[in-house]
Design a protein around this ligand. Sequence first.
Ligand code: GRF
Length: 207
Amino acid sequence: MPKIGIGVLVSGGGSNFQALAEAARKGEIPGGEVRLVVSNRPGAGALVRAKALEVEALVFEPKDFASRAAYYERIGDEFKKRSVRLVCLAGFLMKVEPNFIRMFPGRILNIHPALLPRYGGKGMYGRFVHEAVIKSGDAESGCTVHVVDEEFDHGPILRQARVPVLPGDTPESLAARVLVEEHRIYPTAVKPMIEKLLATTNEETVP
Ligand code: GRF
């Protein structure tokens, strides 16, 4: 049976991308396959991981496009060429444009390293999130997988996992604890999406 293509957008290290690609290969996302990773930064560590995993990778920098809409149009075209039906943002630091959301309606997911709706929004990424959590004195943090809409860190929440904030935590130690959970829950959120896409694809192709 043909697989459902997954496309991943990254800006950094790419450990979540790797977790998704490996989960799919191990059969933990039945019927799903990571087909293409796109980075907005040429130096992203995710590109090294893509090479090691033998997943096709492309780099598109916004500065090379006339507009953000044109930028996302191109990325969407590359995904569609490879029959990508589900897009996963994995440490992707740009806001996606409405034209891209329209190309993949309800089929773009994001992972955020905090318990949304807390600690989300513009400027709340990477160590800034963990710094804010530690400063607040919260006893726990975690991560969230949600559907992407036109606001930063906003759409419907699909999965969350919690971790304790421990005395003496630094942004780095908390980030590392959260990241373990990110790698665990992202594939579990993708799995039912792929099942749904497989079911509708089959319906469409049955005469
Ligand atoms: C993760 O904490 C993710 O939630 C956040 O950025 C980090 C990216 O890590 N958006 P990686 O690039 O997947 O290793």
